[in-house]
Structure formats: C-alpha cells, structure tokens
Design a protein around this ligand. Structure first.
Ligand code: GLN
Length: 264
C-alpha cells in the first residue's frame, strides 16, 4: 500500500511538473502547434480567369491567386480561424464541384441567378456588376440591339451567355475571357459581352477597344459566394464575415485596390 502511495505521489508530482511546464515558454510553441493542427481549412473553388476578382499572379494573396475575391476569401477564413485554400477550375465546373463537396464554397465573381439558386445557396451579395459590350474603338455598336447581325463572343457558362441567348442572337462561346477578347482584337468577332469590371481590365490591357453599356438591355447583377445547400453553418459564417467587411469598408477597399492595379 505504501508503495502504491509512493507511485501515486510520483505520478502527481510529474503531472504538476508538466502542468507548470505548460505555463512557461514551451506552452506557447505547444499550443500554437496544436492550434495549427486544429486550424480548419475552407476550400474555395474559383476560376482564376476573371481579373480583377481572381487571377494568377506571382505574388498572390492566397498562394498564386490574387484579386478582390481572393482577399475576401482570405478574410472569411481568418474571421473563422481557418485557412483559405483555392481550387482553380473551369467556371462551368464550379457548381458541380460544390455539389459533389470537392470544395466548400465558390467565390468567382459569381452572379446570383434563379437557375443557380435551384442548385446552391448564395451568401449576402458583396458586389454589383452588369454585362457590358467590348467593341473596337471604331465600332458602330452603340446599344445591345446593334449586335443583332454581328459576330458575338461570350464566355461559356457566364451570365453574359445567358443574356445574349435571351436576346435571341447567335453567338460563339469561349472557355476564357482572354480567348474571346483575342477574337475581337484579331477582328474575328465584333463584340464580346462580359461583366463590367473584367471588361474594364481588358480595355485597359488591349489598345483600340472600348466599352459600350446598355442599361436597358443588361440589368444589375449581384456577386455572391455559393455554398452547398446542406452547409448552412458555413453560409452563416460567410454571411457574418461579409457583413463585417461591408460595414468596415474592406470590400470597397479591395475593389478600389484592384481596380487601380488593373489601371496600371
Ligand atoms: N458574373 C458572371 C457569372 O456569374 C461571370 C463570372 C466569372 O466569370 N467568374 O456568370
């Protein structure tokens, strides 16, 4: 029995030593490594072909990925003590990947539409855009109906494609915005219908192009983050982070920063 008591005392003493050791410097490293191990990851799917929202850059904010959406994704993760990871894929594959749970959320300058709402849930919108027409500087296209007999380029699966389809005009669709704009630059098409901020970027990057707007034909579109319908927990977290970022001006700050980066 005496022996047992001794063992118990020794165990207790050791426990105390460890407990105290835990209060010292060592604990900082230990707890931070446990934190790192516990730090969850939010996997955001995107299509990094959509500057200023997402594009590949040598010095991105999340690895090689840069842009307004990437800053927003990073903030959402930070607000939840998580790490943001990016899965770059074709725009058309994003909602499928989300439904298959390969990714946790889609952040891709994605417009909220009724069709998409059938498939996924959307967060609070964080940006308002519209479709515009990019044409050559000397183009006679001044309104959407002028596109009627012109060669129109759109990007596959973008809302721009839906808009042109609704207008009833024929068009050719491309996988990437850059490909469509190259067709225009090379005189192989007359107009590219694409989102406003991205259009600004293309016009700044390519000489001889201009933007034509037609608010009557193209309405306002709201960008939001898409989440799987059964993941309301993440949706709530994203919504609260977006609310904070809208209120503290971060979203506008990111938008201004990247609009400028684009203008350089
Ligand atoms: N806003 C457009 C859409 O949702 C284009 C988005 C994008 O290319 N990333 O279809």
């Amino acid at each position: 029995m005496k022996m047992m008591k001794k063992v118990l005392a020794a165990v207790l003493a050791l426990t105390l030593v460890f407990a105290f050791a835990g209060c010292g410097k060592k604990e900082t490293t230990e707890s931070s490594s446990t934190e790192a191990a516990q730090k969850s990851t939010i996997i955001f799917g995107t299509n990094a072909e959509f500057a200023p929202f997402e594009y590949v850059s040598a010095n991105g904010v999340i690895g090689q990925y840069d842009g307004i959406d990437m800053c927003i994704a990073k903030e959402i993760a930070a607000a939840n003590n998580a790490e943001a990871k990016i899965e770059n894929m074709e725009f058309d594959s994003l909602l499928v990947a989300l439904k298959n749970k390969q990714i946790d959320a889609v952040i891709a300058g994605m417009t909220v539409t009724n069709e998409r709402k059938q498939e996924v849930n959307f967060s609070t919108p964080y940006y308002t855009a519209t479709q515009v027409m990019i044409v050559k500087e000397d183009s006679t296209i001044a309104k959407a109906s002028d596109m009627k007999d012109k060669k129109i380029c759109v990007i596959q699966g973008y809302t721009g494609e839906t808009c042109v389809k609704k207008l009833g005009y024929k068009y050719e669709s491309f996988k990437k915005g850059t490909e469509a704009v190259m067709e225009l630059v090379n005189g192989k098409c007359d107009v590219v219908v694409i989102d406003s901020a991205t259009a600004e970027k293309y016009v700044k990057d390519n000489k001889g192009l201009k933007i034509v707007k037609d608010a009557g034909a193209f309405g306002a579109e709201e960008y939001a983050i898409a989440v799987n319908k059964d993941n309301t927990e993440l949706l709530n977290k994203i919504n609260s982070a977006i609310k904070t970022m809208i209120e503290n001006g971060k979203v506008s700050e990111f938008a201004a920063k990247y609009a400028e980066a684009v203008a350089e």
